[in-house]
Design a binder for this molecule. Structure first.
Ligand code: AMP
Ligand code: GLY
Length: 425
């Protein structure tokens, strides 16, 4: 098979790395890819926004299957475009991708199909939102409706902060049209975990659970990022909880979408908060998580390709997945200044030493080649990922590698996976 992966981050490197292990795969292209992906696939310089360019490339190169990493092309209808041309592509179509692209759509679906989530109200007027916040009081969560690169959710402990959040979204319009509507939501307390599943719109195939670490600093302090590290599985998610999430959250969501006339296909990702009253959905995403993919995919023992094919061909119920025992951990190494502004082009040292290890791989995110050297080219630069039978051992393997990689200004969290260790005491 000839495969095209769309995207150029750590998630896409992980997908390419896994696909390369499949005997069914003959050639992998990645658009646009990065310096690490270039070692495992042929990178083509087509940006993810150029839907037409990607479709033309897939047609010309006789691509048998395209896999989309990020949410933006999905929300903009890449799947619809490919399907119109008769090209096979993994991911939800534009209508179904609203599950992530519109928080109002997602919340309304959850309420209609009894999926546990926080109480909320939707607003189109800033004055009404402000009035409501004054009535309900804080803490409260203010969310822009649309895609805002993970920055559109503001958890507010004080009323002043919440009123400012409304202003930022609706009056200053810092997220543009993503702030046409906003949601004011009950603030939930608890630990978070993600459960991703493959779905063909009919049945689901759940993956191992995982936990992301969104804030930039140790102890979950500082501003949110795209994700500074992850581990899988999350011991918080017992087999009983997994069953609950499948039966009361994932299946009702997929079935509900079908009833609403938008059959969903691809990955459905539930971001969950484990409250005293049980798991509740914080958000749905319509794709693999980043960095969740970096820890979930390496634990998949089965070939990924037959699963992707079964999803695309609507016969997922015939497929099973085997998972490795043990744990995977990913620590993200980021540029100094991220998630604010940062410099690019810093040479990265120590990558060669990590090659050939059988329980560790360095997935590249923002990297590039300049004058024959690998340099930084983004906020999140590398996702150092390891796996073994025990979580403490995996953490040791990963941090040992992290400490031997360097670039100017590098920052990473030193406490990835710590929350899980309490389950082993
Ligand atoms: P989201 O993009 O909706 O997952 O939100 C990003 C982050 O905001 C989540 O990972 C949570 O940490 C936090 N968050 C979102 N919704 C709520 C809520 N209702 N209560 C508390 N925290 C929330
Ligand atoms: N790691 C969070 C996300 O992929 O949305």
């Amino acid at each position: 098979m000839r495969i095209l992966v769309v995207g150029g981050g750590g998630r896409e490197h992980t997908l390419v790395w896994k696909l390369k292990q499949s005997p069914l795969v003959e050639k992998i292209y990645c658009a646009p890819g990065n310096a690490g992906i270039a070692e495992d696939a042929e990178c083509v310089p087509i940006p993810v926004e150029d839907l037409q360019g990607l479709a033309d490339f897939a047609e010309k190169q006789n691509i048998d299957l395209t896999i989309v990493g990020p949410e933006d092309p999905l929300a903009r209808g890449i799947v619809d475009l490919f399907q119109k041309k008769g090209l096979k592509i993994f991911g939800p179509n534009k209508k179904a991708a609203q599950l992530e692209g519109s928080k109002v759509f997602a919340k309304d679906l959850m309420v209609k199909y009894n999926i546990p989530t926080a109480e909320y109200r939707t607003f189109t007027s800033p004055q009404e939102a402000e009035q409501y916040i004054k009535e309900v009081g804080t803490p409260v969560v203010v969310k822009a409706e649309g895609l805002a690169a993970g920055k559109g959710v503001i958890v507010c402990e004080e009323e002043e902060e919440a009123l400012l959040a409304v202003k930022k979204i609706m009056i200053d319009r810092v997220f543009g049209d993503a702030g046409n509507r906003l949601i004011v939501e009950e603030c939930l307390r608890g630990e978070e975990a993600s459960i991703l599943a493959f779905t063909d719109g009919e049945s689901i195939l759940a993956m191992v659970s995982s936990q992301d670490h969104k804030p930039i600093f140790d102890g979950d302090r500082g501003p949110n990022t795209g994700g500074m590290g992850a581990y899988a599985p999350a011991p918080l998610v017992t087999p009983e909880i997994s069953r609950f999430v499948e039966e009361k959250i994932l299946i009702p969501a997929v079935q509900g979408l079908k009833v609403e006339g938008c059959s969903y296909s691809g990955v459905i990702y539930a971001g969950l908060m484990f409250t005293e009253k049980g798991p509740k959905v914080l958000e749905f995403n319509c794709r693999f998580g980043d960095p969740e993919a970096q820890v979930v995919i390496p634990l998949l023992e089965s070939d990924l390709v037959p699963i992707l094919q079964a999803v695309v061909e609507g016969r997922l119920s015939q497929v099973k997945a085997q998972w490795h025992e043990g744990y995977a951990v990913c620590v993200v190494m980021a540029s100094g200044g991220y998630p604010g502004s940062y410099q690019k082009g810093m040479p990265i040292q120590g990558l060669e030493k990590q090659k050939g290890k059988d329980n560790l791989v360095v997935f590249h995110a923002g990297t590039n080649v300049q004058e024959g050297k690998i340099v930084t080219n983004g906020g999140r630069v590398l996702g150092v990922t390891g796996w073994s039978q025990s979580l403490p051992e995996t953490l040791r393997i990963v941090y040992e590698a992290v400490e031997s990689i360097e670039f100017q200004g590098v920052q990473y969290r030193k406490d990835i996976g710590q929350k899980a260790l309490k389950f082993f005491e």
